[in-house]
Design a protein around this ligand. Structure first.
Ligand SMILES: [Zn+2]
Length: 279
């Protein structure tokens, strides 16, 4: 992996190498921007999460505008992951290309319902009547791109090859605090990207996920909280992992006091505004 300084604006096309770019690496309450990323490969780019700081970070960190974004993948419904989506979608419909412009959203049916009904609908459905004469729906703003479903032992596994970018959805146990397993937890996903990079998204410490992907993952971008935290992964837990594995882990979703924290046993802290390139 190479880490390259960004010359703004971030180019959303490259020579075909897999590239990960962080718009931010902070917790929900951090002064750092929200932990949102852009995946780039060839002509394809996917914005993974777009939180409340997303609109500012897009310009200030990446040098991009709303117009540059055409594909989105939300991992779960906290504001630091979806808080910018309404604004982005309204822009696409009413400012950019008129009412025919829809954002592509890689999302399964179950989470689409939750995202629309419980988060986005309040600010989005009343803006006009659609062609049927009724209030706007998810489909008026977004074109859903469905991942493939494979059922194994009664569990649904989602994955997609999105124009050459392979994404395996990794269900995580993030919330509520007392959920002991992924099954008990509310919808939340990490991603295994192109069979080589694990992006955990928001998650508690989960040895099962680490065991499942640690052999194949060249690099792991892992949720990390410097203090104990009931819904994220405490750094103290990650420190218990084997040294060889820690050297492949970049910490993300961390607090503002990162300069005071010794993370020498890890690959490092993921940084916003640099390009992680996997040839
Ligand atoms: Zn979260």
């Amino acid at each position: 992996m190479k880490i390259k300084e960004l010359k703004k604006p971030l180019k959303l096309k490259n020579n075909g190498a897999l590239e990960i770019f962080f718009l931010g690496t902070g917790t929900a309450f951090s002064k750092l921007y929200n932990n949102n990323i852009i995946i780039i490969k060839g002509n394809i780019s996917i914005l993974v999460d777009f939180g409340i700081t997303g609109p500012r970070a897009l310009g200030e960190i990446a040098g991009l505008t709303y117009k540059d974004i055409n594909t989105l993948l939300p991992t779960h419904s906290h504001a630091d992951h979806i808080g910018g989506i309404e604004n982005l979608a309204l822009y696409h419909r009413y400012v950019q290309n008129g009412t025919n412009s829809r954002l592509k959203v890689i999302i399964n049916e179950e989470y689409q319902k939750v995202l629309w009904e419980r988060s986005l609908r309040g600010g989005m459905e009343w803006n006009e009547s659609n062609y049927k004469g009724t209030k706007l729906t998810f489909e008026d703003y977004f074109e859903a791109v469905r991942p493939d479903i494979k059922t194994k032992n009664g569990e649904k596994n989602y994955s997609i090859d999105y124009n050459g970018i392979k994404l395996e959805f990794v269900p995580t146990n993030h919330i509520p605090d007392n959920a002991k397993t992924v099954k008990q937890a509310f919808i939340s996903f990490g991603l295994f990207i192109d069979d080589r990079i694990l992006f955990t998204g928001d998650t508690k410490f989960d040895p099962e996920i680490i065991n499942k992907f640690s052999k194949k993952a060249e690099v792991i971008f892992h949720d990390c909280s410097f203090t104990d935290n009931p819904v994220h992964t405490p750094l103290s837990k990650l420190r218990t992992l084997p040294d060889e594995l820690k050297k492949r882990i970049y910490l993300m979703h961390y607090e503002d006091n990162w300069k005071d924290i010794d993370v020498k046993d890890f690959a490092g802290l993921a940084q916003a505004g640099v390009r992680y390139i996997f040839d």
